[in-house]
Write a protein that binds this ligand. Sequence first.
Ligand code: FMN
Length: 490
Amino acid sequence: MVYKGFREWLQLVENDGGVKHISGVDWNLEMGGIAEIVAREGKKPMPALLFDDIPGYPRGFRTLCGLMNSPRSLAMALDIPLEGSMELMPLLQRWRAKMRSHHSVAPKVVSSGPVQENVLSGEHIDVTIFPSPKVHELDGGRYIGTACAIIQKDPDTGWVNLGVYRSMVIDRNRVALHILEGQDGRMIMDKYFERKQAMPVAIAIGVDPALWAAALVKLPWGTSEFDYAGGIKGEPIEVIKGPYTGLPLPAHAEIIIEGECIPGELIDEGPFGEWQGYYANLGLKPVPEPVVRVKTVLHRNNPILTCATPAAPPKDYSLPVCFVRSGGVWDTLEAARVPGVKGVWNHDEGGSWYFTTVSIQQMYAGHSKQAGLIASQATGAFGRYTVVVDEDIDPSDLSQVIWAVSTRSIPERSLQILPRCPSNSADPTISPEEKAKVKVPPKPLFGSRCVIDACRPFEWRKEFYPVTRISPEYREQLMKKFEGLFKELL
Ligand SMILES: Cc1cc2nc3c(=O)[nH]c(=O)nc-3n(C[C@H](O)[C@H](O)[C@H](O)COP(=O)(O)O)c2cc1C
């Protein structure tokens, strides 16, 4: 076992020099603004930012931005060996190697856990005791749930799903939930509402980072993120039975809000600056969304509210989402028996969903097209461009990817447009008018996707024009001969 729960992981990162402690920053725009500036303009790798002494809140009621946003803190969270290169592709390859022997490990029910250090119910319920940030100037509220995991149970099978869905504070005992069309959590919610049943739900914050990683990636319908995260860690996630909902709740979480959503009970949510870098729901208009009527609040002493700060790229959670989702696309390619995959990257510039690059070693005619078409559908209700490149291109390096697209693809035959693919109301290319029409009653939204085959043409790939670049051997010679110069310049 590497760590138990969020706090032990944070201690590992702290010991590794990866946490920056910051005092006296306000929840109102300051925290979000600082996280955004550091993520975009700061030194790399970004440390986790731990805010304390937040004006208006007791000392110890903290927030944390930049969760797993450095390769070492991510590797510690996902139990990837720290030995070896921390560059994106080698790190992803180590993660893939580990996940090839991944087995589900069911959660373990325990009688109590640190999250029960404080349990608020009845008239004591108050979700405003936590320093939830207002992230951007145009946001419509304060968000307690961004780096969170929403826990729901499928009413038919009892399967427990966790997904990261944002949650806005309404008042002491109400929180609004935003779950997009096509999400597992949305399909579960629709089942309750169609049957006119209240939906039990829990919002867990400051969860085990492996569990958060599982909650933000698309897993097969019916697979519990608890089991998947247990498999990542090689030991069960400990859960307690929710006092109101009976749902399994992570025993080591920092904060958990339990309650229920009543069919037809909606409240204005947002606007909220989102992951693609826009207010892309209905622009700056709030949208009616389901409300969680809060029944219990559980929290550790001196709780840490984990935050993710969506913004135009790069943002303070780019690394974990791009990394884990790239692994997810790679999984799908392997499950579909596509051989020769050398790398996958879901670029932050596409919100870690809209722009995916796959590198392959071409093995047969049509291989690149096959890889592109399958990868293009591996992103659930999201996705726009999938580029397939040869193995000499690092898929995480946009400069190399654009070079390959510009020099190896032929517009009239390398592009394939796929109409009527899944989309959703987060898509910034669909106008607010069109979205408003489909919201009530909900109607389907379609999007199109494009696969770009930027590999050397298969038939004459071996004779393709040689690349103008010094050979690795000559590079090595130069590096040795001019060591001092390169020390200064590189
Ligand atoms: C920081 C962050 C915030 C997110 N917010 C939302 C959201 O508000 N609504 C939503 O539907 N998906 C949101 N997502 C994406 C989902 O978590 C993701 O699609 C996940 O796969 C959903 O779980 P599911 O596949 O079990 O439905 C967010 C992801 C991250 C990392």
